[in-house]
Write a protein of this length. Structure first.
Length: 131
């Protein structure tokens, strides 16, 4: 499987402010959707991982806003795993608009935890990609 995953997201009125510009915090939601779809592409789902008592929590997020997304835009979120360890992953994610203009760049670190909020190893076969 390719080390880059692409996820398409349409911008609706609920995503925007009164000027039709995407509210800044919604970019985190778009990145989350793309990571979830990337997990699905590897044959897993968050609900399936939960049956193994494996859950993901955000450790840190660094975003750079470069240009606004607007109402009715069709965005592509490109995600790749930049770093991985036994209990954490760093996703490098970029959002482009339909004109292939880079709008937002995010580095999101997630950690794997169990139901008691203790670190848990990420299943070895979840992301078998070279970085």
């Amino acid at each position: 499987m390719s080390s880059h995953h692409h996820c398409t997201i349409r911008i609706y009125a609920a995503d925007t402010d009164m000027m039709g510009i995407v509210y800044h915090a919604n970019y985190l939601n778009f990145f989350e959707r793309a990571r979830t779809e990337m997990i699905r592409a590897y044959g897993f789902s968050l609900s399936k991982l939960a049956t193994y008592d494996c859950h993901f929590a955000i450790h840190s997020a660094k975003l750079r806003y470069l240009a606004p997304a607007r109402l009715d835009d069709l965005l592509t979120v490109v995600s790749r795993i930049a770093e991985k360890s036994s209990c954490s992953l760093v996703f490098d994610q970029i959002i482009y608009n339909q004109d292939n203009k880079e709008l937002c760049h995010g580095l999101i670190q997630i950690v794997s935890i169990d139901g008691r909020m203790k670190p848990k190893r990420i299943p070895e076969n979840l992301f078998e990609v070279e970085i």
